[in-house]
Design a protein around this ligand. Structure first.
Ligand code: I3P
Length: 128
């Protein structure tokens, strides 16, 4: 069980390296700029870290290093996005605020795991 037995620190659910590009900000389309991102799913948020060098367990503990950005999954939409990229294994995450991200991995099993894990969080929040 977690050392945080008071439940005040959200559970770390998943972390890994994915290719990421933001394609819209507040509904306004952005130019794609793919880059590797260290992605951490913690509580109701997907948190993006820029520096792939800081991939140690201590560095992605909440609060230990500064995220590049983070996404609130409440009300978010998740869809496979075959038609939005020439790359394989791409899904799109759209926030309630109209920010859109594409996430991608060359590893089929990895992208499927991320899709399923994020989907589960969104569905759980929808039921609350
Ligand atoms: C884009 C770049 C992206 C590509 C995008 C291009 O060109 O090659 O990798 O997206 O395709 O426009 P640039 O570097 O000149 O901005 P994918 O790799 O996801 O296909 P798109 O315009 O069809 O989205």
């Amino acid at each position: 069980s977690s050392p945080d037995s008071d439940g005040c620190t959200p559970e770390l659910e998943k972390a890994g390296l994915l290719n990421k590009t933001k394609i819209a900000e507040g509904g306004r389309k952005l130019r794609k700029n793919w880059s590797p991102s260290w992605v951490v799913l913690v509580g109701n948020s997907l948190v993006f870290f820029k520096d792939p060098k800081s991939q140690t367990p201590s560095s992605w503990k909440p609060g230990n290093s500064r995220p590049e950005s983070s996404v609130d999954l409440r009300g978010a939409q998740l869809n496979w996005a075959k038609d939005l990229s020439s790359k394989k294994n791409v899904f799109k995450l759209r926030t309630v605020t109209g920010n859109e991200f594409l996430l991608q991995s060359e590893i089929d099993s990895m992208i499927r795991e991320w899709y399923n894990t994020i989907k589960n969080v969104i569905d759980r929040l929808d039921r609350e």
